[in-house]
Design a protein around this ligand. Structure first.
Ligand SMILES: Cc1cc2nc3c(=O)[nH]c(=O)nc-3n(C[C@H](O)[C@H](O)[C@H](O)COP(=O)(O)O)c2cc1C
Ligand code: SF4
Length: 414
């Protein structure tokens, strides 16, 4: 039996998130104070050494991203920015919301430390507009942090200043993608930018910008407190630490669970999510949301990490885990995902604008026989590969991910 191990959710449920005094009385913000006694480069080296990887989906090393942003210089750069991606648009993912609503100060602490490390004095928390409770609680936490001198000028008498404010997303999945998010933050329509340049070089208003997910920021105070060696002792060699998994679908106890990485899907579903409903068998598990992979029994014992899953042809992504019992239809599930992509396509480039409709057209005759459906799968693969090679941004490059996984794991059952 495994149990939860909490880092990002360490304080969740242990204090009143609307009262900063509650948090301060239990040692809140002490890690910021500790970090401000270090040089920015020492913090960056610590994060690189800890091997913390972004929890927003792509798993990019956080310390390296900070190093690039810290070292980024350009003639016109008058300001560096820090941005928290709290858009949380990946279907099946609801972890950032839990952090914001139960421990908003750990997010502010993480941003205060990262901002100091890269030299950013202005930052934004870009929150999904539908998250009204998260917005209210984070806004209140920011106000109280200002009142206590934890934001603003000369924080902890370090000479360092940081201003943070909230900006709201308007419900577009694509605006969770970092470059599109920056366009939206600048007040423009949510269209993606061409990459490179990356945000570290040319981000918000053309200035060097660090963008991280809520959960990623929530790990930073812990690493400052306990050090890189301790952090690396949790999780797997290439993906240390913990992950919040959001488990939904045909399980007895759907919800959010934070555990050390290296656990298996079987352990998560059996020990934490209470097993499959009505003792049914598992047909498939969708890991990582719409841009994720359907996997079968052969992946159930794989220790979960970014690389271990990749070796099996699967992705960890944002940590969403949707369990499908033997009664579910893979065809219907894929159809629903492809509808989602069509709905969220911004329409800027032809391969994705037409391709997402084309994928649904291919699937439209669901009454086909099994052998005819195999042809459908081949057609989907052809179309989605084409989209992956020619679409402008990662959204149009994503439908191939679930389709390829169905071809790999469920070719004969589709
Ligand atoms: C279509 C799309 C949607 C995304 N949505 C989110 C999101 O809602 N939240 C998030 O943190 N990252 C999202 N990402 C990933 C971000 O682009 C980026 O990699 C992430 O914010 C970096 O933070 P991290 O290094 O802390 O993971 C999305 C990516 C794509 C392609
Ligand atoms: S790939 Fe899709 S979402 Fe991305 S720019 Fe093209 S149309 Fe828009």
């Amino acid at each position: 039996m495994i149990s939860e191990k909490r880092i990002a959710l360490k304080n969740a449920g242990k204090y009143n998130p609307e009262n900063i005094n509650n948090y301060l009385s239990t040692g809140g913000y002490k890690n910021v104070k500790k970090a401000y006694k270090l040089n920015p480069s020492e913090i960056i080296d610590l994060l690189i050494d800890s091997k913390l990887r972004g929890r927003g989906g792509a798993g990019f090393p956080t310390g390296l991203k900070e190093k690039f942003t810290n070292e980024s210089v350009c003639n016109r750069c008058i300001q560096k920015y820090i941005v928290c991606n709290a858009d949380e648009g990946e279907p099946g993912t609801f972890k950032d919301r839990v952090i914001m609503e139960q421990d908003p100060h750990v997010l502010i602490e993480g941003m205060l430390i990262a901002a100091y490390a890269i030299g950013a004095t202005k930052g934004f928390i870009y929150i999904r507009g539908e998250y009204t409770d998260s917005i209210k609680i984070v806004r209140n936490a920011l106000e109280q942090a200002y009142q206590n001198g934890l934001l603003g000028k000369n924080i902890f008498e370090s000479g360092f200043d940081l201003d943070l404010e909230i900006k709201l997303g308007a419900g577009s999945y694509l605006c969770g993608e970092e470059l599109t998010l920056l366009e939206s933050l600048e007040g423009k329509r949510g269209y993606p930018r061409i990459k490179p340049p990356f945000p570290a070089e040319k981000g918000l208003f053309g200035m060097p910008t660090l963008i991280n997910n809520v959960e990623t920021f929530a790990h930073i105070p812990y690493i400052i407190e306990y050090g890189a060696e301790h952090y690396k002792s949790i999780g797997t060699a290439n993906t240390p630490g913990t992950k919040i998994f959001t488990i939904s679908g045909d399980v007895n106890k759907p919800g959010y669970y934070e555990t050390a990485l290296g656990v298996t899907l079987r352990q998560l579903i059996r020990d934490l999510a209470g097993g499959v409903k009505n003792n049914k068998k598992i047909k498939a598990v969708l890991i990582g949301g719409a841009a994720g992979t359907f996997v079968d029994e052969s992946v159930m014992e794989t220790p979960i990490g970014f690389d271990t899953l990749k070796e099996k042809g699967a992705v960890l992504g944002s940590g969403a885990i949707m369990v499908m019992s033997e009664e579910r239809s893979l065809f219907d599930m894929l159809h629903s995902i492809l509808e989602f992509f069509k709905h969220e396509s911004c329409g800027k480039c032809v391969p994705c604008r037409i391709g997402t409709s084309q994928l649904l057209l291919i699937m439209s005759d669901s009454k086909k026989t099994v052998s005819e459906r195999k042809t459908i799968l081949e057609k989907l693969l052809y179309e989605a590969e084409y989209m992956a090679k020619s679409s402008l941004c990662p959204l149009g490059q994503s439908p191939i991910i679930p389709i390829r996984s169905i071809n790999q794991f469920f070719n004969d059952q589709f």
